[in-house]
Design a binder for this molecule. Sequence first.
Ligand code: DGI
Ligand code: FE
Ligand code: FE
Length: 396
Amino acid sequence: MARIGIFGGSFNPPHLGHLLAVREFQRALSLDRVLLVPAATPPHKALSANSPSARERFEMTVLASSQLPFAEVSDLELRREGASYTADTLVELRGVYPNDELYLLMGTDMFLSFDRWYQPERIAALATLAVAHRSEDKTKKLQAQADELERAFSARTVFVDNEFLPHSSTSVRALLAFGAAEEYLDPAVLAYIQKNHLYFCGADLKNLPFDRLQEVSLCLHNPKRVAHVRGCSETAALLAEKFGADVTDARRAGILHDITKALNSQEQLNLCANYGMILTQFQRENPKLLHAKTGAAVAERIFGENTAVCEAICWHTTGKANMTTLEKIIYLADYMEPNRDFDGVEDLRRRTYADLDDAIYHGLEMTAGQLRSRGSEIDEHTLSAMRFYEERKKRS
Ligand code: DGI
Ligand code: FE
Ligand code: FE
């Protein structure tokens, strides 16, 4: 009787995070074999618009796993029509391995939503759920879910302590477009991506017409950020028209302002190192602010944007003293675009359309107030901007 792990996913693309997870599962559960099962049509989320075909994702997964002696890639889900449901896959696998122990490998997010999967009772009858969790995860919540799934579906769960880096495929796809994904991919997978021109890797993205710039850049975000960047771009264009800034620059800076936002803190720092950007200690300690700096660098290097656009992106989070009209517009459009919803947003919208400098001062005040109440350190440019616009307010 063999112990077989089943690791499903979009593998879009397969990256080192996947390989590390598979290795840890294999070791922790003493698995004889791990089947990697690329989904043809993932049921729970739409693939990003720049995704390669299922066949290409399958081929990359074969390349990625070639260095794992216990791994095998299955094309089961590629050969099936319609959504790739795990329940159906397990039924088929049970037919192939009638006497073996099957472990369905997953992370905490998938486990916590397991009761909403398609036919969870069928899955639970066919395989043990093996859940990788990091020691800082909420153990209580996971144990409660395991108890609930046992009660509802007679599910068996094992937890695997795992310290692997949670790289997201969204980050890796963005980094491929930014020319900085080498350290996240198996060399054979990277070579395949380059050769087949996947994920905008090595593409010339300079000076794209706006519609194409929008299409390309929106692919690189987490889906929930898309409405915000569109809103920022449209609001910036309206403000540019009203206050006499370049409307095209405003639209472009708006659509690109959060272009590196999918990257987590470590990925931000790695991108800075890859691009040779030198950081202050404050910047290293406050990586939430880095996306404005890396965003400006990507806008320049990858999209070939002009200096005015890149500077507006660079200062959109902190602001600074003596901003250009475009810089003020992007700072404010980011703050009050139609998808923003917080106490005082209506007041900030009214102020913005009436007087940019007054609105900037209010925005800075609000941000500083929030940071103080959270005990976070305030960026020096935010502080000097506050002094600058306070002074200006007194004079007028
Ligand atoms: O990128 P968005 O979410 O659209 O908005 P943003 O670019 O204004 O980023 C907001 C984040 O930046 C939020 O997590 C707070 C953080 N932030 C802004 N100013 C400062 C700051 N964090 C610190 N530590 N210091 C600042 O001065
Ligand atoms: Fe931002
Ligand atoms: Fe933003």
